[in-house]
Design a protein around this ligand. Structure first.
Ligand code: GLY
Length: 363
């Protein structure tokens, strides 16, 4: 007679309940994915393909100049040039595609899909990725919005040498900043809210990203991760988002996972692949994400001071529709208050935010 363990392994290595459950339409995403999930769900409900659904969803963010972490309007590299990374995975065909350090194209997730569908390769980078996109009929555009350019200038002007000197103020010939006035003086036409935001991203360069994962009633799964990466990065820096197995992983037999946050830490634990493999071995989506976060904390000797310098989230969607997201920290302190880490779920009428599980607590 088969032991329970053998039976579980035979059932596609999922827990028995998960293997037996009827699949359903469901989309999950990072906290910036409310519109993306809503659009993806419309496509699933109309019987569309799961990869088409998630890509059409995140295309909303990629084309939105106000989402400064993804696509058009993303914060640029240290030279003021926007470089984008993206990856896609299609469960039913078990294929994937990715682009990295792509300039000039607003929708890198669509180029990643074309790499998957039109080539015998998986990843194209830099100029090769741009030339491929142009050959596919995409237009080379300036991706740097005025808002992102302002933030980049604020970052440049905030840089100091060891003696506290900046090339922009207080030099022999540069304008002397007046007490209490520097930023406002330098950018007189910019409103207070935008300046405060620009200073915040100059001091704490963000790694915002969107990850979106989908399951349909046929049990098919797909995922996408797309980003402008770390603000002010060295040109050519590639984060986790386009790395299959780090920023995204889908196994049609088990489930899908993705990540947002500091990519360097995710690459070191092959995060999305680890989450999916954890689910394959029977862990819940929540525990699968938490295990990955523990591996990251372990890489820093569990030193809370060093871990406090970044954040990272994992998202997991199992083949039976069970899902979770977990963050390294419970939230970020904004205006003296804790803003909890959340993620987006859409399993029917509308997208909603749910709280992430977390490993460490900021008070
Ligand atoms: N997770 C996005 C990045 O680090 O580039």
């Amino acid at each position: 007679m088969m032991s329970r363990r053998d039976w579980v392994l035979a059932a596609g290595s999922l827990p028995a309940a998960a293997a037996a459950a009827a699949p359903k339409d469901i989309v999950i995403a990072s906290s910036n994915g409310e519109r993306a999930c809503a659009r993806a769900m419309e496509i699933l409900k109309a019987g569309g393909d799961t990869l088409t659904a998630v890509i059409e969803g995140v295309t909303i963010n990629e084309q939105d100049p106000d989402d400064t972490s993804v696509g058009y309007g993303g914060l640029p590299n240290e030279e003021g040039i926007v470089e984008l990374d993206a990856s896609v995975m299609h469960g039913p065909t078990r294929r994937c595609g990715a682009v990295a350090s792509l300039r000039g194209i607003k929708t890198p997730s669509q180029i990643a899909r074309l790499v998957m569908e039109q080539t015998d390769h998986i990843m194209l980078v830099g100029d090769g990725a741009l030339r491929f996109a142009l050959a596919q009929g995409f237009r080379d555009e300036n991706l740097l919005t005025e808002k992102a350019r302002l933030a980049w200038l604020v970052w440049k002007q905030s840089l100091r040498d060891g003696a506290g000197h900046s090339n922009w103020t207080d030099g022999l010939d540069a304008p002397v900043s007046r007490p209490g006035s520097s930023l406002r003086n330098q950018f007189p036409s910019v409103d207070e809210k935008t300046l405060t935001w620009a200073l915040e991203v100059a001091v704490r360069p963000p790694t915002g990203t969107i990850n979106c994962l989908a399951l349909n009633v046929k049990g098919e799964m797909s995922g996408v991760t797309t980003t402008s990466g770390l603000a002010w990065k060295i040109p050519g820096r590639v984060g986790d988002s386009p790395i299959i197995g780090a920023g995204l992983y889908v196994d049609q037999d088990v489930g899908a996972a993705g990540s947002t946050g500091r990519g360097e830490e995710n690459i070191r634990v092959a995060g999305a692949h680890t989450v999916v493999e954890n689910m394959r071995r029977g862990m819940t989506p929540r525990d699968s994400c938490m295990d990955c976060l523990k591996r990251i904390a372990r890489n820093f000797g569990d030193d809370r001071k060093r871990l406090a310098r970044f954040d990272i989230n994992f998202y997991a969607l199992r083949k039976d529709g069970a899902y979770a997201s977990a963050a390294l920290w419970n939230g970020a302190i904004r205006d003296g208050k804790l803003a909890r880490r959340q993620f987006v779920v859409n399993d029917g009428p509308a997208s909603r935010l749910e709280d992430c599980a977390y490993l460490l607590e900021r008070r």
